[in-house]
Write a protein that binds this ligand. Structure first.
Ligand code: GDP
Length: 297
């Protein structure tokens, strides 16, 4: 329904990579996300209070900005992808050094391969006495993941989410991979984004965390998102600060929705409120008819 014009090459500018952390349960996905976040995001901030909005941004020592999706687990990745939103540029595959390649490790490898997204292996829990990173590297060979230490081209980094060891190396590895990908977007156009998560907030009404994929989302913009529409009343970044606009690869909470969209829904800025409303209603009706047809069958 929405025609999106192609960007001219000269309008494209570099954008930060979007990273998803995947791996087997208990291998340390959440710990790693928290460690990166607390080491990098809260630096120098008053009180160091950050809020979880489903994604956050950090800056590496080398000055690269990275966007992490803060929803570990494969369900988010696959459900977003099944809804047509592929927002991940790089997968960090976490494998515990005191364990081995496990079923969900293999699942993650398959997801990344199916999506054509490059992987970086984080061999976690390197602080543990039982850590055996070479066993992990050998295990991975059987799944056609050949890390650099095995003369392959997949970067592998030894880390500890608990001691913080190797975290900077991991971030630099991600920045390097991002450079190779030459990720670009056009910040000077109407925004398009994907919903990372959404909920009905008691005080604030429907709230959606949107990852801007292209263009710049601004306060006052009118938009359609899935079967909902709205006008941006406020934008809040992952540090909890109010911002006037959000460019490519920036995650922001969006206030001003008329209803609650679903994770994976695509957001498009429109020129008029009538347009946004019409597209949203058309989609809602189409979905209703589809459900009725499925019920009758
Ligand atoms: P997830 O299920 O993959 O998200 O794993 P969690 O982050 O919940 O971690 C599972 C358990 O491993 C928790 O008890 C963590 O404290 C522990 N853990 C995670 N990373 C490390 C690490 O680098 N070293 C050690 N010693 N323990 C870790």
């Amino acid at each position: 329904v929405i025609k999106v014009e192609e960007d001219k090459p000269q309008d494209l500018k570099p954008r930060p990579p979007v990273i998803t952390i995947m791996g087997h349960v208990d291998h340390g996905k959440t710990s790693l996300l928290d460690a990166i976040r607390s080491a990098k995001v809260t630096e120098g901030e008053a009180g160091g209070i950050t809020q979880h909005i489903g994604a956050y941004q950090v800056a590496t020592e080398g000055g690269a900005v990275l966007t992490f999706l803060d929803t570990p687990g494969h369900a988010a990745f696959t459900s977003m992808r099944s809804r047509g939103a592929q927002v991940t540029d790089i997968v960090v595959l976490v494998v515990a050094a005191d364990d081995a390649v496990m079923p969900q490790t293999v699942e993650a490898i398959n997801h990344a391969k199916a999506a054509g997204v490059p992987m970086i292996v984080a061999i976690n829990k390197i602080d543990k006495p039982a850590a055996n990173p070479d066993k992990v590297r050998t295990d991975l060979l059987q799944h056609e993941v050949i890390v650099e230490k095995m003369s392959g081209d997949v970067q592998d980094v030894e880390v500890s989410a608990v001691s913080g060891q190797g975290l900077d190396n991991l971030l630099e590895a991600i920045a390097l991979q991002a450079e190779i990908l030459e990720l670009k977007a056009n910040p000077d156009r109407a925004a398009q984004g994907a919903v990372i998560e959404a909920q009905l907030d008691v005080g604030r009404g429907p709230v959606a965390t949107v990852l801007v994929e292209n263009g710049t989302l601004k306060q006052g913009n009118i938009f359609v998102v899935g079967e909902q529409w709205g006008k941006v009343r406020a934008l809040i970044n992952s540090k909890g600060e109010r911002v006037k606009e959000a460019g490519p690869s920036v995650p922001v909470e969006v206030l001003g929705l008329n209803g609650t969209p679903e994770a994976g829904d695509v957001l498009n800025v429109t020129e008029t409120e009538a347009q946004a409303r019409e597209i949203a209603e058309y989609r809602a009706n189409a979905a209703k008819e589809k459900r009725a047809a499925a019920g009758a069958a």
